[in-house]
Structures are given as C-alpha cells and as structure tokens.
Design a protein around this ligand. Structure first.
Ligand SMILES: NC(=O)c1ccc[n+]([C@@H]2O[C@H](COP(=O)([O-])OP(=O)(O)OC[C@H]3O[C@@H](n4cnc5c(N)ncnc54)[C@H](O)[C@@H]3O)[C@@H](O)[C@H]2O)c1
Length: 258
C-alpha cells in the first residue's frame, strides 16, 4: 500500500507508545524492518513481541549522544543500515518561563530537539551511502501556535521545523526530510497532560472544540501521514512542515451576524 517501505530498515524513536507505536505497527504491517528506540524498555518489548522478528526494541535515552551512537551500531549489526527515520520521541512540560529551571529546559530541548539531530546524524551517512533515504520529524501544531505555559515545548517544536528544512537542503536530491505537525492526539502524553488538571472532562471538551473537525486525532491518523511521507508516494515532497490538526486555528471571528 505504501511503496518503498517493504524490507527497508526504519528507526522509530519513542515507538513504545502513542503516535510512535502507531507508526511502528503500520511500518511492520508494510513489511519494514523496524528498530524501535525508547526509554520505556518494557513498553517497547511488549509492543514488538506481537510484531514478529523483523521488529526489534532498543532501550535508549535518545537525548544521550553516546547511547544513540551505540544503539545505531547495534541496529546496523542486527537489522542492516537504516534508510528511513522517524524522529518522534517527545515530552511535555507545563511551566511558565519564570519558574522553568535550566534542567527542565535542557531536558525538553534534549529529548524533543537534540535527539532529532543525534538520530539524523547517525542515520544520514547510511542514507548517503545507499543514495536514498527519508526522514520524518514529528513536530506539533505548537510549532506555529502556542498554548499557555509551554514555552520550552514550543521552542523545541519550532526548532524541529528549522532542522527538518536544513536536512532537506543539505541532503537533497537523494534524501527527503519533512516535519509532521499534529493537533491534539489521543495518546498517553495527552492523558498525562490532563491528569494534573482538576477539570479533566472540561479540558478534553475544550481540546475537541479547538479543532474545526470537533474531535481529537487517533494515533493511526498521524502514523498514516508519517508512513506516506517516508514512502515513494511522497517522492516530490521535501522540506515541508505539514499540519495534521483538524483545522486548528483557521477560523477567525469578526463577522458575527446573530
Ligand atoms: N499527543 C499529542 O496531542 C501530540 C500533539 C502534537 C505533537 N505530539 C508529538 O508527537 C510525539 C509523540 O507524542 P505522543 O503523544 O505519542 O507521546 P507519548 O508520551 O504517548 O509517547 C512518547 C514516547 O516517547 C518515549 N520517550 C520519551 N522520552 C524519551 C527518551 N528520552 N528517549 C527515548 N524515548 C523517549 C516514551 O517512552 C513514549 O514511548 C512527540 O514528539 C509529541 O511532542 C503529540
């Protein structure tokens, strides 16, 4: 269904849960050899257990340069050189700037942005060596729009757009790089974000209402765009930031007649 995926080795970061897990499942169904990199060893192992021997889990904190390097070496030894990469691992932080610590800032930027650079740095030479490759970086609608109290997250997500474009420019014409920018998605990250709030149902209703389509996305809807962009179906798309956000932020006021 998605040409150019079968038998390819693809690295997916943060693949144990949520959007990453949906990508892993779809890629496995398309016959890819999937390397799932995640800090959650148990979650990653239980996901790959149901997907057959071509999918392998690797426990790694993807913000750690040395750990990423040694993990890619293992992936190459066990599954062959990766020519497709999905940078997806991410964490949130609900904190206004005045109370954001250096450590919190570094952690969010480390996981959400630096890890994308680290994994691209490992994967690109393999892509260059075979003469083709594709990278999809999972950013966010918050690359463009901002909630309150999420400055570090927004900075990381805006940074991903610059990184994705720079990779596209530096590694054309054989390697494509794009960013995917989801609106609200039904994942453990969303559940964690809601968990701290006293009025969870109200907040969820507000989340649904922010999208023109009046609902939040399922992880598979995002995975389908990610795998499309990795595949040959997207052979003329590079350097783009593609919003998959149910039309969030498009409607403006100023024309009430009621
Ligand atoms: N859920 C949403 O509403 C939403 C919206 C827009 C963008 N996103 C982005 O999509 C991506 C996936 O989000 P999700 O909602 O599926 O999140 P999630 O929390 O459900 O899953 C994230 C995965 O990343 C892994 N991870 C976290 N830190 C890691 C690290 N240091 N090293 C390796 N793995 C690590 C986690 O263990 C988990 O498996 C993130 O980049 C997120 O910012 C999510």
């Amino acid at each position: 269904m998605y040409p150019g995926i079968h038998e390819r080795c693809v690295v997916v970061t943060g693949g144990a849960k949520g959007i990453g897990a949906a990508c892993v499942q779809l890629l496995a169904a398309e016959g890819a050899r999937v390397a799932l990199l995640d800090i959650d060893a148990a979650g990653a192992a239980s996901l790959v257990a149901g997907l057959g021997p071509r999918c392998q889990a690797y426990e790694v904190d993807v913000s750690n340069s040395a750990a990423v390097r040694s993990t890619f070496a293992q992936v190459v030894a066990q599954q062959g050189p990766p020519t497709l990469l999905v940078n997806n691992a991410g964490i949130g932080l609900n904190e206004p700037i005045p109370s954001t610590s250096d450590e919190q800032w570094d952690r969010v930027l480390g996981v959400n942005l630096k890890s994308y650079f680290l994994c691209a740095r490992e994967a690109l030479p393999y892509m260059e060596a075979v003469g083709h490759g594709a990278i999809v970086n999972v950013a966010s609608v918050q690359s463009f729009l901002s909630q309150k109290r999420v400055a570090a997250y927004c900075a990381s997500k805006a940074g991903i757009l610059g990184l994705s474009r720079a990779i596209a420019v530096d590694h054309a014409p054989h390697i494509r790089s794009n960013a995917v920018c989801p609106g609200t998605v039904d994942t453990p990250m969303l559940a964690d974000a809601l968990a701290g709030a006293p009025n969870q149902e109200e907040l969820l209703a507000e989340c649904r209402a922010m999208h023109l389509l009046k609902r939040i996305a399922q992880p598979t809807e995002i995975a389908q765009l990610v795998v499309f962009l990795l595949s040959d179906l997207a052979s003329f798309i590079t350097g783009q930031a593609i919003r998959i956000d149910g039309g969030m932020g498009l409607e403006i006021g100023g024309n009430r007649r009621d």
